[in-house]
Design a protein. Sequence first.
Lengths: 114, 415
Amino acid sequence: MKYLCLVYSDENTLHSLPDSPHDSECNAYAEKVQGSGRMLAAEALQPVSTATTIRVRSGKVSITDGPFAETKEQLAGFYLVEAHDLNEAIQIASGIPAARVGSVEVRPVRQLDV
Amino acid sequence: MPVNPAQHSQLQARLGRLYQQESRKVLATLIRLLGDFDLAEEALHEAFHAALKQWPVDGIPANPTAWLVSAGRFKAIDQLRKSSRFTQLPDELLAQISAEHSPEHEEIADDQLRLIFTCCHPSLATEAQQALTLREVCGLTTEQIASAFLTSPSTVAQRIVRAKGKIRDARIPYEVPAPAELPQRLDNVLQVIYLLFNEGYSASMGAQLLDSSLGDEAIRLGRLMLQLLPDAETAGLLALMLLQHARRAARISAQGELVLLPQQDRSLWQQAEIREGAELVQWALRTRRIGPYTLQAAIAAIHSEAATAEDTDWQEICGLYNLLLQADPSPVVALNRAVAIAMRDGPAAGLVLINQLQQQGELSQYHLLYAARAELLRQLGHNEEALHAYQQALQLCQQAPEQRFLQQQIAALQN
């Protein structure tokens, strides 16, 4: 079963807290998960100042600057993993270094009804 | 050979008892075999229904639990076959369900643990954990759970449906946690049980102060947990609940008013429960793995040993509070410790600590901080300040009997 682990944190402090992980640590963990064969994809994201939000209403595309919603913590990256069950997904998520300064939301992937 | 009506009603009574004793075990095993809560519940009902028809004819089987599991399994296969005319039935599932095998005693115990750990999974909301545990593990009806939580059956039903949906969709595993996760997960189970007990001990809001049926359920769960997975803190929690439960008749006066520990009629305390609790505390202490529940139980046991409030061994209680504060450094524990120190060293010593706690601010919305402060101020003769503190406590207090108690204290000071 696939789970998406969404990494949220306060962008302003993500890299400056005493517990903040360095990129090398993040990379090492991603490689570890990759090595266990459970990784489908994982990326870190640029800050929300680079975000563009798109909506299509009555066939018209509307493009706005900024993230979907202004929040205290922002989406900083994600892991898409293959795990046997929620416990295994939680185990992977709790090892993500950014979880020490932010939070990780674990969401099971829904199979489209086709 | 058909049985006569008298035998039939006897059999029905026996089946009723069996349902109470065995249905939760049968359900726990059926959930593992069928991989689905709803399917298992339906199969459980059908299995008992089949027993009611078949046992009067064939007699009660030697191992009723295994018979019921087996019957439930075959009912579920029928059900799946019927519905598979429309959807493809996974062969793997069918093979797993059909595998001829009756569960061993140990496996049944493991299934019960699986059920408890799944219902108390930390990824479910706290209220959902409680409702699901009462429904699936204790076998309470939705209506019973609703009345215990002073809410509507539809709210409880919705919580349970959502929780089951999350178990299915997020794939919360039906398993006993691995050794590395076990301590934390067990903590969570114990917390659910203690929350249920406290909900019964003093409904957090409203007029109803005691609901001993929730207390009884929590104690039953504690016993089951200790039997399935013996652990020092589980014993500590069970002891704590028994020792507090033993005082239930003395906690409320004939007029429905709250009676504090020093004023309670100790002859109303249930000695059998106190003895059992004290023995469990001793056992837990001997394991040398001493946690917060065991320490709280040890404190409760010392109160229970004292023939009168004046005989209480405050020296010992203060020592235990020092240990408890190390194990669980929370402001509520610090407040209780301050009250114990006031009992040992006098109100002025306790007041110094309570004033410090008040300055730290974490308990600024906790009515018992002000109530404790008021009591010590009153003892020291600072009646004006005591009155003010009681009024602060009353403003924050949400429980009717406690409000009446505080109003009485205020009235006494105003006279």
